[in-house]
Design a protein around this ligand. Structure first.
Ligand SMILES: Nc1nc2c(ncn2[C@@H]2O[C@H](COP(=O)(O)OP(=O)(O)O)[C@@H](O)[C@H]2O)c(=O)[nH]1
Ligand SMILES: [Mg+2]
Length: 261
């Protein structure tokens, strides 16, 4: 697996190297978080894949924001007590959805990815194994064999945001907009994010993890684009939304510099 150890050795109390308890991650409970808004085409196959791929003990927590397409009902029809769906009727947003998932989770290992099936579940077991050496493993489009198959403009936008985070915050992570991470629960003792907005949460979390000296590994993955029959991107519904989101990402980077969490 192509990898890039992008960060520092850690002085944090909960650093992987300082805590031999993680030398055998087998048997540790995994909380797999998914956030959904109108994902009826992809959610059930994805959950089936997760259940088949990740060892028990496992919980899959889906935070759905009252999707009008019936995503939550579909998840409820899955007959498996490892799967839990939380339907929010008075809140929207990706950052707050993951925060809610974290609050509800009980695992020693927390993991999340998009619910559109464009990220490889099959990489997660190896990423979990790497937690014996690292606090967190980020699926990255921009290291090793990592690839981003989406439109060039979206790839460039992600690279620009990462570049800005590197210049303004001094981040070393090469894909600070990936949204695909596996981490030890103890990371939350050192780093958090403000639960607002869309993908800004990821930038803030990674920046804080780096700042607090957590050990992060980036590992390359192929980020494919959605097929036509796999629903639609929530970040690229119009140019206006795309530009507004980009501006909010940039503002979050500035806020992290001026008012770090
Ligand atoms: N709960 C929740 N999930 C959301 C919301 N917006 C997007 N998502 C989910 O966030 C993930 C990323 O969205 P996606 O459309 O794949 O964005 P893209 O990868 O940037 O094109 C998907 O699993 C979406 O269903 C929201 O407002 N609430
Ligand atoms: Mg996606």
């Amino acid at each position: 697996m192509p990898e890039n150890n992008n960060t520092n050795t850690s002085n944090a109390d909960n650093a992987a190297t300082a805590d031999g308890a993680f030398s055998n991650p087998a048997g540790r409970k995994v909380s797999f978080l998914l956030a959904t808004y109108n994902e009826k085409e992809t959610i059930c196959p994805l959950i089936s894949k997760i259940l088949a791929t990740i060892n028990n003990p496992l919980e899959v927590i889906v935070v759905d924001d009252n999707s009008p397409d019936g995503t939550a009902e579909l998840i409820r029809s899955i007959n498996d007590n490892r799967v839990k769906v939380i339907r929010r009727t008075k809140m929207r947003g990706l950052g707050s959805a993951y925060m809610r998932g974290i609050i509800e989770s009980t695992g020693d290992i927390i993991c999340w990815m998009d619910a559109d099936g464009c990220m490889p579940v099959e990489m997660v077991p190896e990423m979990i194994n790497k937690l014996s050496e690292y606090d967190a493993v980020i699926g990255s489009r921009f290291v090793g064999e990592g690839t981003d198959e989406r439109d060039a403009v979206r790839v460039i936008a992600s690279k620009l945001i990462t570049g800005m985070a590197r210049v303004v915050l001094g981040c070393k992570t090469k894909d600070i907009d990936s949204g695909f991470m596996v981490m030890r629960r103890s990371c939350l003792d050192a780093a958090l994010f403000s639960p607002t907005g869309y993908g800004e949460y990821f930038i803030e979390l990674v920046a804080n993890m780096e700042k607090r000296g957590l050990k992060i590994l980036e590992t390359g993955f192929l980020f494919r684009d959605r097929d036509e029959d796999e629903g639609e991107s929530k970040s690229f519904q119009s140019w206006l939304r795309f530009l507004a989101l980009g501006s909010k990402y940039a503002l979050r980077i500035l806020r992290c510099k001026i008012w770090p969490l």
